[in-house]
Write a protein that binds this ligand. Structure first.
Ligand code: FES
Length: 184
């Protein structure tokens, strides 16, 4: 091989190396946006983990007769997820109950602690029953054995304003476990 051919081969090899390096860099840059977007979606709920449960207006005292029978009410609020805002969306439901002559209201989440279905009042109004796997609860939320639910219905804090407006501190809890642990 002549000296001229050797120099030409070396320049060719250098050009090939630079072309490969450029391709690798461009490929790496192209994968960055989806990686960043994915990381943002994963981290976003973690970012919002600290958000405290808030009191949301649900109904008024006149709508909860003092006969010991729970009434179901939707919990409605403006909701914002990662990208979109939703005005006045139902985010859950609660049962409110008042004993005879009482001005205090008990609030129970309508979400079944077993796997998250909506608990219903059974036809005779004597207990709650979950249609998914037949968990049964007393009207004040205790488990009636045998039931697959690992815990009683989740009680919620309740406030009654001077004008009779009832607000509930809305919170979701993890299902399928015996402890009542708030979800972020
Ligand atoms: S979800 Fe209610 S019993 Fe299973």
């Amino acid at each position: 091989m002549s000296r001229h051919e050797a120099v030409s081969d070396s320049a060719e090899a250098r050009r090939g190396f630079l072309a490969k390096l450029l391709a690798v860099c461009c490929g790496g840059l192209a994968t960055l946006p989806p990686l960043v977007a994915g990381a943002w979606m994963i981290l976003d709920p973690l970012r919002r983990r600290g958000a405290a449960a808030t009191f949301l207006p649900v109904t008024d005292l006149a709508s909860v007769p003092d006969d010991g029978i729970p009434r179901q009410f939707a919990v409605v609020t403006d909701r914002v997820d990662a990208w979109t805002g939703f005005a006045a969306e139902p985010i859950g439901a609660v049962y409110l109950r008042r004993e005879q002559g009482s001005d205090t209201v008990e609030a129970l989440s309508a979400t079944c602690p077993h796997a998250g279905c909506f608990v219903e009042i059974e036809s005779q109004g004597k207990c709650f029953r979950c249609p998914c796997h037949n968990s049964t609860f007393t009207l004040d939320g205790r488990i009636v054995a045998p039931s697959p639910s690992p815990r009683a219905m989740d009680g919620l804090e309740c406030q009654i304003a001077k004008n009779g407006q009832i607000a509930v501190k809305w919170q979701n809890y993890y299902t399928g476990i015996a402890e009542k642990v708030a979800r972020p």
